[in-house]
Design a protein around this ligand. Structure first.
Ligand code: NAD
Ligand code: AHE
Ligand code: ZN
Length: 375
């Protein structure tokens, strides 16, 4: 079949909307009509050429929602008409990692996914007879896409596609980082670096978890109001304080009777390796947990004095908020439908596929929180 898609032909160039060819689902696969897709900073990261796994030409996009329109042989858990969210972190429930119960990082199809291929080692997309690669196993910047059954979460059909597509990455990553990865307790103190599409979801996750002090850090003062809307109690712009941000935050988080200070939990949502170090060092001696969420470019490394870890700070990371996609994503959609978490106000712009590059521009300028493309 033919499908309209925004294709990344080359790193660093705008996407081009063209009609591409798409082969139907093979055994264990489903064809999905994508109804809406968010634009995440990671799409921009890969398009920029900074992603070691970036392959071109490819169809980016990994934050979608849509409807199953066809199923391949052997598919048992999905049928035509099901409302679904594609998963860049699948959940096969059979691999060593899934069975461990210790991680959400299913390994069943990770090798081919990283090469822009379906599990059988081929692509379903082509343009003018040449293959177009898949991205993060999802390629939601295409109106129709094919996914393995294990990489699809079935959701409540009452949920609006143009809102819950955000659960496909940003919402789950932010809220999940708090609940699944950091396991924040009631009364905690926390610092969130970077108040974009991910950081604001960390903030609403902290509110849900009952944190007492939620400090947001961003270079953009316009993010103060945004953070406060979702539960942030304090805002810090690192360029507007005297001296280094680390002692500033350590002092700010000092509680009665505590001689040293430091946050119980810190989160990097910037992808900047210097910020990751600040986040670790602003966490509390003896028990602080610092969670790396941001994605850093090829060749970049993090560093700190090992003494920071010797003295009990924990440096950890999270992909997709530690969520097991097929199990947890439908629950997060239900939380949204039940009013436990907010999504609508964070979706600041809705665009047509033809205008998708404007979504990237607004991300760069800081004008948008999340832009969503509706097909
Ligand atoms: P975004 O562009 O919407 O937000 C980034 C925010 O960080 C902006 O508000 C910006 O002003 C702020 N910022 C930038 N540099 C800063 C600095 N030095 N100090 C303080 N604030 C700074 O991006 P997003 O969609 O929220 O994504 C954030 C990061 O998370 C990206 O690196 C993205 O690739 C990554 N990400 C990771 C996962 C995961 O599973 N680990 C999932 C989604 C996104
Ligand atoms: N491909 C990159 C890293 C990109 C990355 O870290 N991706 C995150 C999701 S970001 C979503 O917006 C992730 O889930 N990683 C786990 C995985 O298995 O890919 C690189 O550095 O090679
Ligand atoms: Zn993402």
């Amino acid at each position: 079949m033919k499908t309209r898609a925004a294709v990344a032909f080359e790193a660093g160039k705008p996407l081009e909307v063209v009609e591409v060819d798409l082969d139907g689902p093979k055994a264990g696969e489903v064809l999905i009509e994508i109804k809406a897709t968010g634009i995440c900073h990671t799409d921009d990261f890969t398009l920029s050429g900074a992603d070691p796994e970036g392959i071109f030409p490819s169809i980016l996009g990994h934050e979608g929602a849509g409807v199953v329109v066809d199923v391949g042989p052997g598919v048992t858990s999905l049928k035509k008409g099901d409302h679904v969210i594609p998963l860049y972190t699948p959940e096969c429930r059979e691999c060593y990692s899934c069975r461990s119960g210790k991680t959400n990082l299913c390994t069943a199809i990770r090798a081919t996914q990283g090469q822009g291929l379906m599990p059988d080692g081929t692509t379903r997309f082509s343009f003018e007879g040449k293959p177009i690669y898949h991205y993060m196993g999802c390629s939601t910047f295409s109106n129709f896409t094919v996914l393995p059954e294990i990489a699809v979460a079935k959701i409540d059909p009452a949920a609006a596609f143009d809102k819950v597509c955000y659960v496909g990455c940003g919402v789950t990553t932010g809220v999940g980082a708090v609940i699944n990865t950091a396991k924040v307790e009631i009364g905690s103190t926390a610092v969130v670096f970077g108040l974009g599409g991910i950081g604001l979801n960390v903030i609403q996750g902290l509110r849900l978890a009952g944190a007492d002090m939620i400090i947001g850090v961003d270079l953009n003062n316009a993010k103060k109001e945004w953070g406060e809307r979702f539960g942030m109690t304090h805002f810090v712009n690192p360029t507007e304080i005297d001296g280094d941000i680390v002692p500033y935050l350590v002092n700010l988080t000092k509680r009665r009777g505590d001689l040293i200070g430091g946050a119980d939990y810190t989160f990097d949502c910037t992808g900047n390796t210097k910020v990751m170090r600040q986040a670790l060092e602003a966490s509390h001696r003896g028990w602080g947990k610092s969670v790396v969420i941001g994605v850093a470019g090829a060749g970049q490394e993090i560093s700190t004095r090992p003494f920071q870890l010797v003295t009990g700070r924990n440096w950890m990371g999270t992909a997709f908020g530690g969520a097991r996609g097929r199990t947890d994503v439908p629950k997060i959609v239900d939380w949204y439908l039940d009013g436990k978490i907010e999504i609508d106000p964070m979706i600041t712009h809705t665009l047509r596929l033809e205008d998708i590059n404007k979504g990237f521009d607004m991300m760069h300028s800081g004008e948008s929180i999340r832009s969503v493309v509706v097909y």
